[in-house]
Write a protein that binds this ligand. Sequence first.
Ligand code: AMP
Length: 337
Amino acid sequence: MRVAVINSGSSSIKFKLFEMPTKEVLSSKLLERVKSHHDGLVEIFADVGEVDAIVHRVVHGGEDFHSTTLIDDEVIEKIENLIPLAPLHNPANLEGIKIAKEMFKTTPQFAVFDTAFHNSIKKEGYIYPLSLEMYEKHKIRRYGFHGSSHSYVAKEGAKMLAKDLSELNLITLHLGNGASACAIKNGKSIDTSMGFTPLEGLVMGSRCGDIDPAIVLYMQRELGLSVDEVDMELNKHSGLLGLCGNNDVREIIDADDEKSNLAIDVMVRRIQKYIGSYMVLLEDVDAIIFTGGIGENSAYIRDRVMDNKILKEIKHLVIKTDEELEMAQECYKMVVR
Ligand code: AMP
């Protein structure tokens, strides 16, 4: 069965065609800085040939979607209604869905949601201690992201440990330009560091992760920054980039100057704080899994994170993530069941 995986992002479109269940990659394409999603997808599909199913990445599934879903008009409408929760991502994901639907009218199409893996988080884990109305009326809560990646590396980790995933407690660390940690108990997500948006949690390439929310108010009241300027500051000018002027961890490590070293120290300390809190929530941890560009490739960062009396006792694994394969597998499961 030929499964096309589409990750239609705000400025890029990633495409992979898999033969399933053998997992063979038949073709792949990456279009960057796309001006028109329509032209991009037409280009991608021009020489693809026959496709049996298409699976789309959708960043925000809100509370509506708990698993991989067959796309119909009602599903499209619900994803549209979720745009306020992910104003940059969901519209681009929807573009991909709508164009593929036009081009492949009879091919079944599925949506895999970044948030879905975290649907197992209990209410005490996803509620923010704001007035309850903020959740009940406005749906402000932790959703969590990077679900396909955390899910994929957890499954691969179980294979490496030769155990059933349902018997394992894991801490998965997706450390890339975007970064998140996940506490996995008996194979299910029980907490994750990204929250209402992908801004919360770890120190990222250009995102700050956790900060005192009053800083946002201070920036507006005292520094006179507009809402959009604060948004830019926190999402684009913070994190490693904000601290040392660079978001490429390789170059930051090589630079070895005061600012670069501080940026790494801040990032590592934040990762350790999350691991520590997840160890307490999980009580027993079978392994810590590193993935993402930094987690997979930087032995230096892994060593820095694990260089701790408590963490030294815990097994750690390095697993290359494959969100597209995870999506293809999800899609295959849906078609053959
Ligand atoms: P991703 O968003 O998953 O593609 O990850 C991008 C991040 O991975 C960037 O910060 C890169 O600097 C980092 N990265 C990739 N290769 C290495 C490496 N060999 N050592 C350190 N960081 C790396």
